[in-house]
Design a protein around this ligand. Structure first.
Ligand code: ADP
Ligand code: MG
Length: 353
């Protein structure tokens, strides 16, 4: 089962259904061997179409798809040697767990003993040892998805493509299976291309994330890079919460927003939207190396482990958030406050790609 995985290179990949704009629009992306790459983006942004183009279920309008140096554009799906996992498990209901998992091995004409050995090995990997003779209907949703995962990797695919595989599961089960998928990726070592619209899931699982918007890739990077250095406002808003001051004007090494003149430091991005994450915003008297803005408290929110204040900032009443600590215990809605953040913690981003 162990494999190093295939490199998947997309160059100017386009799929045009003749709608207002192409479903996938000149996408270029290289997924490295063994990498866990997530295609993240809102519904309709072109993630599934991209995955289907890689799988060969859809034909390219233009561009190239190359596996380890070989152009696969004209290969049918079954010649691409890929494992697939979808939201609906698509198991054969009349077959047992072992028969379901053995299916791709029988198709590949492996011998009986080898099939039995590989099935046992992969069922152990997905922690379903002993369920060999159960039928899918006798298993929970989470267990069925493990069977589907086992069937998708048992033949040692060049890469595993996963399209929102946890979408049908409830929150707790989703967290458990996320951890399982993470473990299985590191044990199997093959290339994973994982589609989700859930930013938290993407942040938890991925080596890198390709952020999709309207059929195009907005930004590619590690979860940390996307969170800490979003290159566009879309990226800043899609990954995590941020307070956004749009259309700041440059002024001699500083920026101006309404009647505020804010310091900027080198290397904190480029653009005219100033963003700051809620965990970096505090309430009270600003220290010397901070920027600040006045506003009012709209609400105090209990997040479980901590509290945040929802703020209305500046004359425009921009919505903002600040992380509260014990000294902010007396804050209440309507109260005027000063919000501040350290200059080094703000980012300037472009307003669009
Ligand atoms: P996502 O997976 O990110 O939600 P999709 O790749 O499914 O997005 O869809 C991208 C765009 O392409 C959407 O506007 C969708 O309506 C359109 N689309 C997808 N498949 C087809 C199809 N077979 N025919 C026409 N339009 C399609
Ligand atoms: Mg989709």
């Amino acid at each position: 089962m162990a494999a190093t995985g295939t490199q998947i290179r997309l160059a100017d990949v386009t799929k045009d259904y003749g709608l207002a704009h192409p479903a996938v629009d000149r996408v270029s992306l290289t997924v490295e061997p063994g990498e866990f790459m997530t295609l993240l983006g809102p519904s309709g942004s072109g993630k599934t179409t991209t995955l289907n183009l890689i799988a060969g279920f859809e034909t390219l309008t233009s561009g190239t798809i190359v596996f380890d140096g070989t152009d696969v554009g004209s290969l049918p799906p079954h010649k691409r040697n890929l494992g697939m996992l979808f939201q609906n498990y698509a198991l054969f209901p009349h077959m047992t767990v072992a028969q379901n998992v053995a299916y791709p091995l029988r198709e590949r004409k492996l011998g009986k003993a080898e099939i039995a050995r590989k099935v046992a090995e992969v069922l152990e990997l997905v922690q379903l040892t002993g369920r060999d003779n159960h039928h899918p209907a006798q298993l929970s949703g989470g267990q069925q998805q493990r069977v589907a995962l086992a069937r998708a990797i048992v033949f040692g695919p060049s890469a595993l493509l996963l399209d929102e595989p946890l979408g049908a599961l409830d929150r707790n089960l989703r967290a458990t299976l996320q951890a399982e998928i993470h473990r299985i990726h590191s044990e199997v070592g093959t290339t994973f291309v994982f589609v989700t619209h859930d930013q938290e899931e993407a942040m938890n699982l991925s080596d890198r994330i390709a952020l999709f918007n309207n059929g195009r890739i907005e930004q590619v990077g590690t979860p940390e890079e996307l969170y800490q250095h979003p290159s566009t406002l879309f990226a800043a808003r899609f990954l995590g919460d941020s307070t956004v001051f749009a259309s700041v004007s440059p002024a001699d090494g500083k920026v101006v927003w309404e009647d505020n003149v804010w310091a900027v430091s080198p290397g904190t991005g480029d653009g005219t939207a100033l963003i700051v994450r809620p965990e970096d915003v505090r309430i009270g008297r600003p220290p010397a190396d901070a920027n600040s803005v006045t506003g009012t408290v709209r609400a105090v929110e209990y997040m479980g482990a901590y509290r945040t204040a929802l703020l209305s900032l500046g004359n425009a009443g921009v919505l903002g958030r600040a992380r509260l600590d014990a000294s902010d215990a007396s804050l209440s809605p309507g109260q005027p406050v000063t919000a501040w953040w350290r200059v080094a913690q703000q980012r300037l981003t472009k307003e669009s790609a």
